[in-house]
Design a protein around this ligand. Sequence first.
Ligand code: ADP
Length: 295
Amino acid sequence: MELVIQNLSKTYPGGVRALRDVSLTIPTGMFGLLGPNGAGKSTLMRTLATLQEPESGTVRLGELDLLREKDAVRRVLGYLPQEFGLYPNLSAEVVLDHFATLKGISSGKERARAVTALLEQTNLAAVRRSPVGGFSGGMKQRLGIAIALLGAPKLVIVDEPTAGLDPTERHRFLNLLSEIGQDIVVILSTHIVEDVRELCSNVAIIAAGQVRAQGSPDALIERLRGTIWRRRISRDALAAVRAQHRVISTRLIAGAPEIRVHAASSPGDGFVQVEPDLEDVYFEQVTAASAGEAA
Ligand code: ADP
């Protein structure tokens, strides 16, 4: 089953064009939607989660018209929003049982079985009776994914799930996502390139409401081969170099700036050609978008 998004546009009251003619074909497996803050990721995720209407465009999930057959879509949808509230005094088990009821799992036995399986899958079985108000950020996100996985969804959407997690929790969460399965469509929206690099066989880069690039990480990286150059420079020289070259990123290496420049041939003395990585792909596209270049 594929998710096929065609020509989706959304302008908010006030005039922000959050989505501009977005078209994407998303196969089963883990798909990364990568973009900076304000790119339109959440707008797209909320639209796909049937919570918000676009002005124009169509979305199909297999045979379903996602924008028209909302009830049918919701039965096969799992959504972990960027922010969600939970009653702090309820236990993980009670919360999950409640959401299982909302998902339409009416048999108590079946619910108990689903809740237990998901608590185990998300490594929360030991704290099943603890109030969720005391959970760490990582535990809350794992409970969120357990809620999203209730009812065996065919489309799972997770919006910026690792923001605010420490490295151990982040890894645990990404491992959990990687185990969801390759038979369903999983969309991971994030501004963290590493999350996508580790998990996703396909990615799209979105900036200023537009899809800038899409494909496998390796194919996107390959397109930049031979065009990325790095150089250590002093802080004072940064502005001058920026004016002269297309600087796509600045990293601090032991406190000193190291720039990466996109150029078809050597930008000059002191530059060393490097193997491109997915961050270069991402920053190149974000730089082009903020310079107002066409996608
Ligand atoms: P992202 O998730 O990539 O950070 P969003 O979809 O949240 O991007 O936002 C895209 C753009 O739309 C931003 O400029 C944001 O300020 C604007 N926006 C988001 N939600 C609303 C809203 N409800 N009303 C008006 N503008 C909004």
